[in-house]
Design a protein around this ligand. Structure first.
Ligand SMILES: Cc1cc2nc3c(=O)[nH]c(=O)nc-3n(C[C@H](O)[C@H](O)[C@H](O)COP(=O)(O)OP(=O)(O)OC[C@H]3O[C@@H](n4cnc5c(N)ncnc54)[C@H](O)[C@@H]3O)c2cc1C
Length: 461
């Protein structure tokens, strides 16, 4: 924007000065997100803290007047540049709009503001025996608004589904300032188009979520986690398939390869076995009386598939230790080089072993280290690649590898995001997996909802 002074003056008048940041230093801190882009090319004109839906409407009116982008921001932990500021604009910061408005035991629903931290909601509902399953690994910081906008999943998607399965109704401020309700406070809704689902995964490009009604389910009485080690990826994948064929239904079947295990153990020692090729992290849950039974069936399968060793949680401390190790993989990987990238590709489960092997081959070819983790029960793999952005040659090799990984994923019938979204980082690749007619309709939806293109413009496509 050429001159943002009048806009900032109006924002300060409309929202009170302490809720508007506008110095270069303040704005620089919000120029990017956990995607950790190589270069910061642009910074926001202002960062605005909102507390109410009326605050949001005021900001939208200002943005419309000045035709300036609005980029919503929860905790900024998305890993695809979805909050990246590419054309200036206003960062709409939801960290002060973070109230759990209601937990309704009878309806089994929660009504929340978008800035509520996901882990805080989980804790609050679990205190009364209820459960909100979506659990991205960074749930201690990421927000409900961000997880709705990115269609977040997590380890428990395998059994319980992802964010989209829990959104019953959203209050959304549209680009023209009007308020839309997408659904209803009921567990079923066959009344017209499913607008809630349209907003889930829309990355802040269609509207601004100011309230969400979320479905809750009963909290399982007990849980236990097993960590099974294998000397080959093929054996691990065979175990995944065999577990799925049996009548047990684990909450989670996650994966760590040798590099991921060794890197986590190096920086956050947790007693992991570093000489094994890979490990499955399997959580079983349900009635207390069923846990040992489920464990026995799963262990039998694991040993049949040549598991080299199995660790298992006997108490809360051991349970947390295994999960902390799995969740620390990106943090640990980030310590190997000045920068780290993470990706999110997903294929039909039958092609999982080919995907894992293929990613390793591509990374070897380009002389890159990859730590592979993933929610393999869903067919999803997160290659985490440590990199030094100042090394031009390494960056070039990384870009080639990334594109080849997407080509491989497409050949295996998969897609280039199962839960992280597309943002700015992956938009140039979306046509590898999404048909042109579908992209054309997505563009039409965008221009119907946001004709002036002020809501997080040019993200996704
Ligand atoms: C270490 C690490 C581990 C992760 N593990 C997982 C994982 O296991 N599974 C998984 O699915 N993801 C994972 N992620 C990704 C991340 O958790 C999600 O993208 C996250 O839910 C984003 O939440 P946020 O509050 O940080 O959103 P932000 O990054 O702030 O925003 C994300 C998007 O939401 C939009 N947005 C934010 N609030 C609103 C709103 N109120 N209305 C409209 N749009 C809005 C933003 O504009 C942006 O497009 C991980 C990320 C990290 C860093």
């Amino acid at each position: 924007m050429l001159n943002s002074k009048p806009l900032i003056k109006e924002l300060k008048k409309n929202l009170s000065p302490e809720n508007v940041l506008s110095t270069v230093e303040e704005c620089y801190a919000y120029a990017q997100d956990a995607a950790n882009s190589r270069r910061i090319k642009n910074i926001p004109d202002a960062v605005v803290f909102v507390r109410t839906v009326e605050d949001v409407q005021r900001v939208v009116m200002n943005a419309r007047k000045y035709k300036i982008p609005i980029i919503c921001r929860g905790a900024g932990t998305n890993v695809v540049g979805a909050c990246r500021v590419e054309h200036g604009g206003i960062i709409l910061n939801f960290s002060k709009m973070n109230k759990i408005l209601e937990i309704n035991r009878e309806n089994m629903t929660a009504r929340v503001q978008p800035g509520v931290v996901l882990g805080d909601l989980q804790k609050a509902v679990e205190e009364i025996g209820l459960f909100y399953p979506p659990d991205p690994s960074n749930l201690k910081v990421s927000t409900i608004g961000g997880s709705i906008a990115q269609a977040s999943g997590g380890a428990k998607t395998f059994k319980y589904g992802s964010t989209k399965d829990y959104v019953l109704d959203l209050q959304v401020v549209m680009a023209d300032g009007r308020i839309l309700r997408t659904g209803s406070n009921t567990v079923k809704n066959a009344t017209g188009y499913n607008l809630s689902t349209l907003f889930v995964g829309s990355e802040g490009t269609l509207g601004i979520v100011t309230e969400a009604v979320l479905k809750l389910i009963p909290k399982p009485e007990a849980e236990k986690v097993l960590m099974a080690y294998f000397d080959s990826v093929e054996s691990a994948v065979q175990a995944v398939n065999m577990i799925i064929e049996q009548k047990v239904f684990p909450a989670t079947i996650d994966f760590m390869d040798k590099n991921a295990i060794q890197t986590v153990e190096k920086f956050y020692p947790a007693g992991l076995l570093c000489d094994k090729e890979c490990a499955l992290v399997i959580e079983v849950d349900g009635f207390k009386s069923s846990i040992d039974y489920q464990q026995k069936i799963i262990e039998d399968i694991l040993y049949k598939c040549n598991a080299a060793d199995i660790q298992c949680s006997h108490n809360q401390e051991e349970y947390e230790r295994i999960w902390t190790a799995r969740r620390s993989s990106m943090g640990a990987c980030a310590k190997l080089k000045p920068n780290v990238t993470t990706d999110d590709v997903i294929v039909p489960r039958e092609n999982l072993a080919k995907l894992v092997r293929g990613i390793n081959k591509i990374c070897e070819k380009h002389n890159l280290t990859a730590c592979l983790v993933g929610h393999v029960g869903d067919g999803s793999v997160h290659p985490q690649i440590p990199i030094d952005y100042s090394d031009e040659d390494e960056y070039k090799r990384y870009k080639l590898a990334k594109s080849e990984i997407y080509d491989l994923t497409a050949r295996l019938g998969g897609i280039i995001s199962g839960e992280h979204g597309i943002g700015a980082e992956k938009r140039e690749y979306i046509s590898k997996v999404v048909n042109n007619v579908a992209i054309d309709y997505m563009r039409k939806i965008k221009s119907t909802f946001d004709p002036d293109n002020i809501l997080n413009p040019y993200k996704i496509f």
